[in-house]
Design a protein around this ligand. Structure first.
Ligand SMILES: [Zn+2]
Ligand SMILES: [Zn+2]
Length: 565
């Protein structure tokens, strides 16, 4: 079935499998005799938005990295928060929010069937305390957001189980600086979408390798410089083999603190990348899937950067999902649809940041709860609507009425509209994947926040190009300076842990603001979108993240395997 997107007017396909899925997740009330032909089914309608616009709408409520100073509304401490001072929310620091001095049910309210649902939900969000930074079970990570089980990390966003990682998004990693979704990596710098690396610098899409410098798409390699597309190789420079001694001799001459030398290596890698053959869908151990960077998964479509998923579609950056559609940043979920956030949810729809929930709909920041509709900040509570507790019978009578109301207002089946996002458009992840100018954003009715950096309290401000090039010439004093970003002019600081890392790895100080570094890593990736294209060798039809006009040589599975292995 083809539909026109209500947001961007593009034509998009809703497959028969999609339709079967929406019917499978549609709730039945009363639920007691679930699926026994008893009760009435409240169908989840097919989406009105194309997959891209659904993705954008989910991203538009997630602010990872734009943090501001404000006071905790409970303990009054000055804290860092994803909500700027001017946002109309009650914001608690993580300690106060996770503490038991407040209860979501205290903010409960009745349903007004005369007004749209989302308008009432937005009002509820403005009264229930919100957590300043989403930190779970983490130590010494005060400048991080959306992290769990981390220790001594700094400005990492969306990280789990990592230690001593600075800037970026590290998973199960140690001592990594400036990363973009690196998993199980150690002592690595400026690596994007890499797994199981040790001492690798400036790498992208590399796996199970060590001591790589400026490499792309390498597997099982060690000691390689400016190489791409190699498997199980050692002592290669520019995709050419060298003897161990010759390699070491050349490596010794490389000074990473010399901008001219690193620029030469980067350019060498760029030209080698253009020469190699690309797999139309880099993935491992998969069966019946489409998208890119899919691992250990089957029957998963239009999905990007996923691991251990089954029967899923339209998912990005997710792990361990079963029967989920339209998920971002989630783990260990089943039967969840249009959902953004953390883990352990089942039958949870149109929601953000719910953990260990079941039968939850249109809610955010709810934990260990079942059967919630339009709730915010509820913990260990069942059968609530707009945070007000009901009996099971009352709940099962009211929810169908509310769904019918939302059907009439055309809100049923939709994720939180961007208009009620707690954040301005350009503060959110949406701006990273679907960048808009201020005028474009305002034209679409989104809110915008002009970035203004407060100059940190420092002894002096130095332009990046005035920094000494050699790391041994950088004095400890730099910790009291602000550096002005070469590209954006934004000031940024260096912390002790970071300086020690650069010294240990013999790396220069960064010349770019952390946000600009993040933006540049993101730009290395292909868009999370599939285009039809033909295999560069046999002409077979393929679906790939390489747009047809791009210059890379993109091959189908069979042609790729015969060429590369
Ligand atoms: Zn669209
Ligand atoms: Zn082919």
């Amino acid at each position: 079935m083809h539909k026109t997107c209500a947001h961007c007017s593009a034509s998009f396909e809703i497959t028969d499998d999609d339709l079967a899925y929406y019917s499978k997740i549609s709730p039945v009330f009363p639920s007691t005799e679930l699926r026994a032909g008893y009760g009435k089914n409240y169908p989840v309608p097919p989406p009105t938005h194309c997959p891209q616009c659904r993705q954008q709408r989910r991203y538009a409520i997630r602010n990872e990295r734009n943090l501001h100073r404000r006071n905790c509304a409970m303990c009054k401490r000055n804290i860092l928060s994803m909500y700027s001072q001017d946002k109309p929310f009650t914001v608690f620091c993580p300690e106060c929010w996770w503490g038991n001095k407040w209860h979501g049910a205290d903010y409960g309210r009745g349903i007004d069937f005369g007004r749209p649902f989302f308008e009432q939900f937005a009002e509820l969000q403005r009264s229930v305390p919100r957590i300043s930074l989403y930190l779970v079970n983490s130590e010494n990570c005060d400048f991080c957001n959306f992290v769990g089980d981390c220790k001594s990390c700094y400005l990492t966003f969306g990280s789990v189980y990592s230690e001593d990682c600075l800037y970026g998004s590290a998973y199960y990693s140690k001592n990594c600086v400036d990363s973009l979704v690196t998993r199980e990596c150690e002592l690595s710098y400026e690596c994007s979408d890499c797994r199981k690396l040790y001492r690798c610098l400036f790498c992208q899409d590399c796996y199970g390798s060590d001591h790589l410098l400026y490499c792309y798409d390498m597997q099982g390699c060690s000691e390689c410089i400016a190489c791409a597309g190699l498997r199980n190789k050692q002592y290669y420079i520019g995709n050419t083999p060298f003897s161990k001694s010759e390699y070491e001799e050349r490596k010794r001459k490389i000074d990473l603190c010399s901008a001219a030398q690193t620029e030469k290596l980067r350019k060498q890698l760029e030209s080698i990348k253009l020469g190699i053959v690309r797999h139309y869908m880099p993935s491992t151990n998969v069966q019946n899937v489409s998208g890119t960077h899919i691992y250990n998964s089957k029957n998963t479509f239009q999905s990007f950067y996923v691991d251990r998923c089954e029967d899923c579609a339209y998912c990005m950056q997710v792990v361990d999902l079963k029967d989920c559609h339209d998920n971002n940043y989630t783990e260990e979920n089943e039967l969840c649809y249009e959902y953004l956030g953390m883990y352990g949810a089942k039958n949870t729809f149109f929601s953000n940041f719910c953990r260990h929930t079941y039968g939850v709909c249109c809610s955010d920041y709810c934990i260990n709860s079942k059967y919630l509709f339009g709730c915010s900040g509820m913990r260990d509570k069942d059968y609530c609507i707009f945070n007000k507790p009901y009996t099971k019978e009352q709940y099962e009578e009211l929810v169908p009425k509310l769904i019918a109301h939302m059907q009439a207002t055309k809100e049923w089946g939709e994720f939180f509209p961007t208009a009620i996002s707690p954040f301005c458009y350009n503060e959110t992840v949406a701006q990273e994947y679907f960048p808009l100018t201020k005028d474009q954003a305002l034209g679409k009715g989104y809110r915008w926040q002009d970035t203004k950096d407060d100059m940190p309290e420092v002894q002096k401000v130095i332009a990046a190009r005035e920094l000494p090039a050699a790391i041994e010439d950088i004095p400890d004093d730099v910790l009291h300076w602000a550096i002005r970003c070469e590209a954006t002019g934004r000031p940024f600081k260096i912390i002790r842990q970071e300086l020690d890392f650069y010294r240990q790895m013999r790396l220069p100080l960064p010349h770019l603001h952390p946000d600009e570094r993040h933006r540049r890593r993101l730009s290395l990736r292909n868009p999370r979108k599939l285009w039809p294209r033909t295999c560069g060798k046999c002409g077979e039809e393929i679906q790939t993240t390489y747009a047809p006009e791009r210059p890379e040589k993109v091959y189908c599975e069979a042609c790729y395997l015969s060429e590369v292995y």
